[in-house]
Write a protein of this length. Structure first.
Length: 150
């Protein structure tokens, strides 16, 4: 055995992190903007999900619906006397989206999560929805990678 006492240091530029496509969810529950908000909430509760992408009739990503968005309904009904029965996903979805390109890696995703409060990002390729990556997905990647990369 030939030990020199020096540790080999790797810079971030030379480290290879896994692509987000390896960890992202692809079998997503999606919503339509004209779908009733009550129906969307029922689906979220039944499927035990905290949100999902909103797609138009052409399959293009136009928003995200989250638990936080749905909580606005209670406030609107209580304080604004807003009729909830006619509300749609489009009335409450988040339209100003932050997405991540499918060619990014898990370090890119981790950095994006650290720079904001979002819990998930839609993964897109040339503007089309390909999946979704969550904080938990990146944590799974970190658990798998720490033994070899960190």
């Amino acid at each position: 055995m030939n030990f020199t006492g020096k540790r080999e240091e790797k810079s971030i530029e030379t480290m290879n992190y896994e692509p987000i496509s390896k960890y992202m969810a692809t079998n997503l529950v999606t919503f339509k903007p004209d779908q009733g908000i009550d129906e969307a909430i029922d689906i979220m509760l039944e499927k035990r999900i905290s949100g999902g992408p909103v797609l138009d009739d052409h399959g293009s990503l136009i928003g995200m619906l989250s638990e936080r968005d749905c909580l606005k309904i209670m406030v609107d009904a209580a304080y604004l006397n807003y009729p909830v029965g006619r509300s749609t996903v489009g009335d409450y979805m988040t339209k100003d989206l932050k997405t991540i390109d499918i060619n990014k890696d898990v370090l890119d995703a981790a950095s994006m999560f650290l720079s904001g409060s979002l819990r998930r990002f839609p993964v897109v390729e040339k503007g089309k929805l390909k999946g979704q990556i969550s904080r938990r997905d990146v944590m799974k990647a970190a658990r798998e990678l720490k033994g070899t990369t960190w």
